[in-house]
Design a protein around this ligand. Structure first.
Ligand SMILES: Cc1cc2nc3c(=O)[nH]c(=O)nc-3n(C[C@H](O)[C@H](O)[C@H](O)COP(=O)(O)OP(=O)(O)OC[C@H]3O[C@@H](n4cnc5c(N)ncnc54)[C@H](O)[C@@H]3O)c2cc1C
Length: 365
């Protein structure tokens, strides 16, 4: 039996899982059916926070906080190792006209996060391009966004430089092989690969791979569409969010506006109606965007899961088969903690956070 760990799926979760395992001295084979980092991890907005962090369980909060603290050093390390900068852009975030502002403030006090009520005239001073008519705002300083397409590129480059890692693209895993309650390898279009340790990081597709094992993993695709503008680099100094829609400034003046939440199966065709709706939201938030060109429009499939709590841990009944999937709307922010936790569990190390809430046992449909 091969000593290498096989990682199935090369989004941010698979790439960072492979990175952490390799850093710990493991030999890793990462299998990706297309090209790494081209699905949800490319399509996402990259806000390094859940959209409404106070609406999530403690399980999501614990992963988010560990990851938020870790992101700057992860990005610096990747930049140093690869010359590709994931561009962690710390802008802060304004939430406008929330219904549950008080819950947000209570949560922030409990969790000791720098979130507070902001005076509206100060908000308009700070973000002069903000649309008229907003009445209330809360602000969290220090919230960053990461340029996720560059993050995945730089993770790929870092992995390619590690002799103990092999990345095989255009290699679809068609089945998970097992014998007497143990995982024994994966079936691929190129043949069988034997391994007694397999990590499933196939995002929205993870549940499909488990069905033939008689396991119903409640992970489903949730389509999200996004549009992109290009403005001057100083156009938007902060992330802003109102009525469920947000604008994210990249360092170079690209502005992402998202997103839709659609339960449409595995179809990820961008639609005209979403384009119109996202444009209308963009102009309401930032009226000057009416004169800007939409330079990109795409859709991605989030790995939806109950309450957005990812599955991290070994699958009961299949020793050696590990899950790290179901990160729903927060896979970019949750990636560092999730992938460290997975590596800790797989390598039998002291886990960075309590693994209990993410254990697949008891959470399968
Ligand atoms: C519009 C939108 C906005 C978002 N905004 C944010 C945000 O601001 N912040 C945030 O934290 N998160 C955000 N997200 C969510 C985030 O993008 C996802 O949670 C995260 O990318 C999931 O990562 P993943 O690696 O699990 O999945 P993916 O990136 O989808 O990767 C899974 C990989 O597995 C591969 N694969 C699938 N099946 C197989 C197979 N059988 N064999 C081999 N390979 C396979 C796929 O090709 C794919 O590359 C957003 C998502 C969308 C769509």
């Amino acid at each position: 039996m091969s000593q290498q760990v096989v990682v199935v799926g090369g989004g941010v979760i698979g790439l960072l899982t492979a990175f952490n395992l390799a850093q710990a001295g493991q030999s890793v084979l990462l299998l990706e059916r297309a090209e790494v980092g081209r699905e949800s991890s490319w399509a996402g907005g990259g806000i390094v926070s859940p959209l409404y962090p106070w609406r999530y369980s403690q399980a999501v909060t614990a992963l988010a906080h560990w990851s938020q603290d870790f992101y700057p050093q992860l990005a610096a390390r990747l930049f140093e190792q690869t010359g590709l900068d994931p561009e962690v852009h710390e802008t802060g975030l304004y939430w406008l006209d929330l219904d549950d502002e008080q819950q947000a403030l209570d949560w922030a006090q409990r969790e000791q996060r720098p979130l507070s009520r902001a005076d509206m005239s100060a908000v308009y001073d700070a973000v002069p391009v903000l649309g008229p008519g907003y009445r209330r705002a809360i602000h969290m300083s220090g919230v960053a966004n990461v340029r996720n397409p560059r993050l995945v590129k730089s993770l790929k480059a870092a992995l390619q430089a590690m002799p103990q890692v092999q990345i095989r693209e255009h290699c679809q895993v068609s089945g998970l092989l097992h014998e007497q309650g143990r995982i024994s390898g994966v079936a691929t279009a190129d043949g069988v690969i034997h391994s007694d340790r397999v990590v499933l990081t196939a995002g929205a597709w993870s549940g499909e791979l488990l069905k033939p094992l008689g396991v119903e993993l409640p992970v489903e695709p949730v389509k999200g569409q996004m549009i992109l503008f290009k403005c001057a680099a100083d156009f938007l100094p902060s992330m802003v969010l109102a009525k469920g829609r947000y604008a994210i400034p990249r360092r170079d003046g690209h502005i992402l506006v998202g997103s839709t939440l659609e339960y449409e199966g595995f179809d990820k065709t961008p639609t005209g109606s979403a384009l119109d709706s996202l444009k209308a939201s963009a102009i309401e938030l930032l009226p000057a965007l009416a004169d800007a060109e939409v330079v990109g429009h795409w859709a991605g499939l989030r790995p939806g899961s109950p309450q957005g709590i990812p599955f991290i841990g070994e699958l009961p009944g299949f020793a050696g088969l590990w899950l790290n999937c179901g990160h729903f709307r927060n896979g970019l922010v949750l990636a560092p903690a999730s992938c460290q936790l997975l590596a800790d569990l797989l390598l039998d190390q002291q886990p960075v956070i309590d693994p209990a809430p993410y254990a697949p046992a008891g959470r399968l449909a």
